[in-house]
Design a protein around this ligand. Structure first.
Ligand SMILES: [Cu+2]
Length: 323
């Protein structure tokens, strides 16, 4: 059967003639975790109304970074790179500003065959759990083409769309990797100007303690340096920026009077045994699983409200945290 008709009519017929489950290109796994890698398998169930598919183009949405297609026997792959709308923190403190925005597979897929197109990527920490990402997919066939690029409006179901783009639901990570002390509720990411602040946490204090420490990670995605100069917290009179150093085998801490610099493109981690925030004159001990509200103050980015999750006492070695 060869149809000469192309465009919307042919495409509608293609949708109607295909099976109900796999009527359109879709992702095999439709849920991904923010701040984690994701392997995308795009399933293409048929050609364009009887015409074989010669080319499959998948567009990469903002926030899906470090994308690499998997080689596919019988198909050649082209990628289009481009700048991201904003810089995104990646592994080991790196910041990605550009990457693959579209992947094109060139080959041949007969209309009565099914095939899969695979790539890997990373769900940037700047994405938010609960949101959806769309991967517009264009099938170019010997005759005609089909763009699967429709996005459901608020309250609308994907099933109401004729040509839905493959969709992915995002979920928030329960406990981010490397943040052993960060507890559920407060393991959040905050943005202030070009700064990304991750997973602020503190640790329960023994009764009678007058100080507590705060930890978090700050990434500067901008072009200019900024400084963490202090803040406030509901439980303490004063918040200082401290540094811990080893001198003659003794851990010492000191206040950084000018604050802590975060250079462009850099990630600085405040963690036990290193930089930290010192909560001075706490009114009462911090208890495990409490959430403590606070504000961070930056020279450039200004003030940012954050919440510290409180980890159990002794959840990480403090390296002799004494004043
Ligand atoms: Cu200190």
């Amino acid at each position: 059967m060869i149809r000469k008709t192309v465009g919307a009519v042919a495409a509608t017929l293609a949708v109607l003639s295909a099976g109900a489950v796999d009527a359109h290109p879709s992702l095999e796994r439709q849920e991904a975790t923010v701040g984690a890698p994701y392997k995308a398998i795009v399933r293409v169930p048929h050609g364009c109304d009887g015409s074989p598919t010669l080319r499959v183009r998948v567009q990469i949405p903002e926030g899906v970074i470090g994308v690499k297609p998997m080689p596919k026997p019988g198909w050649t792959i082209e990628t289009t790179r481009g700048a991201y709308a904003e810089a995104h923190p990646y592994y080991h403190g790196a910041v990605l500003k550009e990457g693959v925005r579209e992947i094109v597979w060139n080959g041949r897929l007969a209309d009565d065959n099914y095939d899969e197109f695979v790539f890997v990527g990373f769900m940037a920490k700047t994405l938010s759990g609960g949101s959806r990402l769309h991967f517009p997919t264009i099938q170019e066939c010997e005759q005609g083409q089909q763009a699967w690029a429709e996005v459901a409006a608020a309250g609308q179901s994907t099933h109401d769309l004729k040509f839905p783009a493959p969709v992915l639901r995002l979920v928030q990570a329960k406990t981010p990797a490397h943040d052993h002390g960060a507890h559920g509720a407060a393991a959040k990411t905050y943005k202030a100007g070009s700064l990304v602040i991750e997973a602020p946490w503190s640790r329960a204090t023994p009764g009678g303690a007058r100080v507590a420490a705060g930890f978090l990670k700050i990434t500067n995605t901008g072009k200019e340096a900024d400084r963490l100069i202090g803040g406030t917290i509901e439980a303490a009179k004063k918040v200082e920026v401290h540094e811990m150093t080893m001198t003659d085998n003794v851990m010492r801490m000191r206040q950084l009077p000018k604050g802590l610099e975060i250079k462009p493109g850099e990630t600085v981690e405040l963690r036990p045994g290193s930089y930290h925030l010192m909560f001075m004159d706490i009114a009462k001990p911090l208890k495990a699983d409490d959430v403590v509200k606070g504000v961070l103050r930056f020279e450039r980015a200004g003030e940012v409200a954050v919440e510290y999750g409180v980890a159990p006492l002794g959840s990480q070695p403090s390296g002799g945290h004494k004043h």
